[in-house]
Design a protein around this ligand. Structure first.
Ligand code: NAD
Length: 498
């Protein structure tokens, strides 16, 4: 049994609150460890450590800061198998999927190594008589990230990489469901040469989140999680004068045009709908075939594929997906399937009864497939976050487009078609932040930014890419004039350069 505390000032620190939460191993339902839940005072201790360490780190050359991240990449490669195994055990996803989680995080570390370039300002010589203007980017100081359970490596790294590379000190409040990997990342940062206090992990629940949001020394908070908490964190953080960006839930549609390659579309739906047991903010949870004929051809292909999904323990080499994260998550997802049946949707494949032989206490369920879902149903409107795909039949392209546009979430969307005109029109008109054309999970690479629209995100800037450096830095603009350009006497009107 593991006992997870916090990581403050470069070392593991035991929790003081006496409050803990169980960390499960979803593959067999056992309790894998206990995680300490921090008090406000413990969050404050992390902030004080971070505050003391930050000025020296900010004064370190950006290329030297980048070199620490280069070393960190090497160490993560060395420990990749160990980290993926731990991630899979605490989360439930398969080992290859866990490696993808780590990889997509490390790509943002690679991008952050470009900090010397990203931190550059601008310069105008001779903007007025003897006057030069230049701008610079400076770190904010102590900043924080609050992250969800479903990508315990990727999202902490998306937040911490750019923040640290820019010269900030970082406080991570990871999900209490899978804290093992974030603590491992903290150890590797120290081994890579990051000064103690620059990357801290405080484990906890609402109490620690509120402490982060209320702490006057934390200047910016990046959050990822469900929409209701995202909205709460955004409101409370902004009310306290912080810079805040929050990324929330999703209901990602895939539009399948009649001219699409139906086998490709069906394969894409299977991977994007059921991979990681549907516990991805970019999972496809709604398929929208256009026209009855396309819908029938799609269903013919989908049904046997869903029935043939291989569910297995996270450590199994050939499982398509593993268990859900907790028994509560499992019950919630099954509950949505019950709701869908009551609402009149047609459950074509029912995975609720699935039991994994030899792992009867694991949090498994099989893939579920609904046909004839309508936009009035809760299973269409709400995020289920499980291996459940809903098919909504649209008569026309415009009806399909309107579905995606009218939905309250706008994280990701995809269109499958061979028609360039349709794809182009869709990319231009759809009210969603990340769009795939014959790509089911259009997560942008690290040098672009990631972010949804509508109620999938709160705040102005996206995650990773150039926006991450904008979010974790402030701009200063200097207007300078040297004595030879200064005229005698006071000037009382607003200075102009004319
Ligand atoms: P969650 O909202 O339950 O938890 C996210 C974080 O908030 C955790 O650190 C948690 O400890 C904290 N938290 C939970 N309840 C809180 C409360 N009442 N007050 C303050 N803090 C609280 O989310 P989750 O279940 O861990 O993650 C799944 C959700 O995250 C899904 O909705 C998914 O779509 C979303 N997600 C979004 C993105 C994105 O980029 N848009 C990426 C990944 C996941």
């Amino acid at each position: 049994m593991r006992n997870y505390g916090h990581f403050i000032g470069g070392k593991h620190v035991a929790g003081q609150s006496g409050r803990t939460a169980d960390v499960f191993q979803p593959l067999d339902g056992s309790v894998f460890g206990k995680v300490a839940l921090a008090t406000k005072a413990e969050v404050r201790a992390a902030v004080e450590n971070a505050k003391a360490a930050q000025p020296a780190w900010a004064a370190t050359n950006p290329q030297r800061r980048a070199r620490v991240l280069m070393k960190f990449l090497e160490l993560c490669a060395r420990d990749n198998d160990k980290m993926a195994d731990l991630l899979a055990r605490e989360h439930g996803k398969t080992i290859p999927d866990a490696k993808g989680d780590i990889q997509r995080g490390l790509e943002v570390i690679e991008f952050s190594i470009g900090a010397p370039q990203m931190m550059k300002g601008e310069y105008t010589e001779g903007a007025g008589p003897g006057i030069d203007i230049y701008s610079m980017r400076q770190p904010l100081g102590v900043v924080a990230g609050i992250t969800p359970f479903n990508f315990p490596a990727m999202i902490p790294l998306w937040k911490a990489g750019p923040a640290i590379a820019a010269g900030n000190a970082f406080i991570l409040k990871p999900s209490e469901r899978d804290p093992g990997v974030p603590l491992m990342l903290a150890e590797l940062f120290i081994e890579a040469g990051l000064p103690p206090g620059i990357f801290n992990v405080v484990n906890g629940d609402k109490e620690s989140v509120d402490a982060v949001l209320d702490d006057p020394d934390i200047k910016a908070v990046g959050f990822v999680g469900s929409t209701s908490i995202a909205e709460y964190v955004y409101a409370r953080g902004c009310a306290n004068g912080k810079r805040v960006q929050c990324f929330g839930g999703a209901k990602n549609h895939m539009i399948i045009m009649p001219d699409a390659d139906m086998d490709q579309a069906a394969d894409a739906l299977i991977g994007a709908g059921y991979g990681s047991a549907g516990e991805r903010c970019m999972a496809i949870s709604v398929a929208v075939p256009v026209g009855e004929e396309a819908a029938n051809r799609l269903m013919e292909r989908l049904v046997p594929r869903v029935e043939g999904l291989k569910i297995g323990p996270s450590t199994s080499a050939d499982a398509d997906f593993g268990p859900l994260v907790t028994s509560q998550a499992l019950e919630r997802v099954k509950g949505y399937v019950d709701i869908g049946i009551k609402e009149g949707a047609k459950l074509v494949v029912d995975g609720r009864g699935f039991k994994m032989q030899g792992y009867e206490n694991g949090f498994y369920m099989g893939g579920c497939l609904f046909d004839n879902v309508t936009k009035e149903m809760r299973i269409y409107q709400e995020e289920i976050f499980g291996p459940v795909l809903s098919v909504v039949r649209a008569k026309t392209y415009n009806e399909a487009l309107a579905l995606a546009n009218d939905h309250e979430y706008g994280n990701g969307v995809a269109i499958y078609t061979r028609d360039g005109d349709a794809a182009r029109d869709f990319a231009a008109k759809v009210q969603v932040g990340m769009v795939g054309v014959n790509v089911p999970i259009p997560v942008p690479l690290a040098y672009y930014t990631f972010g949804g629209w509508k109620r999938s995100s709160f705040g102005d800037l996206n995650q990773h890419g150039p926006d991450a450096f904008r979010f974790y830095t402030k701009t200063k603009t200097i207007t300078s004039r040297w004595p030879s350009g200064i005229k005698d006497g006071a000037e009382f009107s607003i200075p102009t350069m004319g």
